[in-house]
Design a protein around this ligand. Structure first.
Ligand code: FES
Ligand code: FES
Length: 278
């Protein structure tokens, strides 16, 4: 037998089984159509209402987009042309002239337009230093520098440091001190180190200077670490990096701590390991 308190939504006579409270409410608010309707009817009306709103909204959006769409044939030419700028600057001593979107950063201009891929993209948001290059003698993060802002400037990248086959002293020192492993951060580290040495020559203080009002020309290891702190190395080659920069800065040669093994050393090592000599 049916429980009168449980309404059967499938029962077409369900309205007749309203409780006294519901019947009174319906009497007071005849527009309250939910009361007395079956759940299926109510859900059907809700879904239909939602779809109606959705369809209306979709049509409104399509109409708005249709107004924004460029005429056939004009395609995307208009927005691109709006942002183009002609930029001339020197890169590694060579004059370059680029027609470039004003939103393009120097890093992408160097890598994508001038094929100078030595400058690396790490974080692309000014956090790692991998993209460091030198602009007018000062180190900058090329991922945060608009190419258009380099008009008339002099840019030096890692490719521009060597003179023919003669490496820059910092490049020699990085090799000597084993200051890299994977090498991804190395172009940025070396360009940044070039900037650090120039800052020292100009006597500029850093946060690690004991007296920031005094002219600094002699860098301690701590000062080198602080000045290079914007250049991260995921391989942890920091001891070698500091040693390499200190050697070039101070002019005092320190011992190389590694070397290639010669044939005899290799043969001895194989014998010790019990491998047959081939
Ligand atoms: Fe520019 Fe990381 S790529 S700071
Ligand atoms: Fe690998 Fe620095 S050498 S990240």
């Amino acid at each position: 037998m049916k429980d009168p308190a449980v309404r059967d939504d499938a029962d077409p006579n369900a309205a007749a089984t309203l409780s006294a409270d519901e019947a009174a409410l319906l009497e007071e608010m005849p527009d309250l159509h939910g009361i007395g309707q079956t759940r299926r009817t109510f859900l059907g009306q809700s879904v239909a209402g939602s779809l109606g709103w959705f369809a209306t909204d979709l049509l409104a959006q399509e109409a708005a987009l249709a107004q924004l769409a460029p005429a056939a044939g004009a395609a995307s030419a208009a927005p691109a042309a709006q942002n183009l700028a002609r930029v001339s600057f020197k890169v590694n001593g060579v004059q370059q002239a680029l027609s470039i979107d004003t939103r393009v950063v120097l890093l992408d201009a160097l890598r994508e337009r001038l094929a100078l891929t030595g400058t690396k993209k790490g974080c692309d948001q000014g956090q790692c230093g991998a993209c460091t290059v030198i602009v007018d003698g000062r180190r900058v993060l090329s991922c945060l520098t608009l190419a258009a802002s380099c008009e008339g400037r002099d840019v030096t990248t890692i490719e521009g440091l060597a003179r023919g086959d003669t490496l820059h002293p910092l490049q020699v020192a990085f090799i000597k001190h084993d200051a890299f492993q994977c090498g991804y951060c190395t172009p940025g580290q070396i360009c940044s180190a070039v900037g650090v040495l120039d800052e020292a020559r100009r006597g500029e203080a850093s946060h690690a200077s004991d007296d920031v009002t005094a002219t600094t020309t002699r860098l301690t290891d701590d000062q080198i670490r602080e000045r290079m702190s914007g250049n991260l190395c995921r391989c942890g080659a920091y001891p070698g990096i500091v040693a390499a920069i200190q050697e070039v800065h101070s002019g005092r040669a320190s011992a190389q701590t590694w070397g290639f093994a010669d044939e005899q050393q290799l043969a001895d090592a194989r014998k010790e390991d019990g491998h047959a000599t081939v």
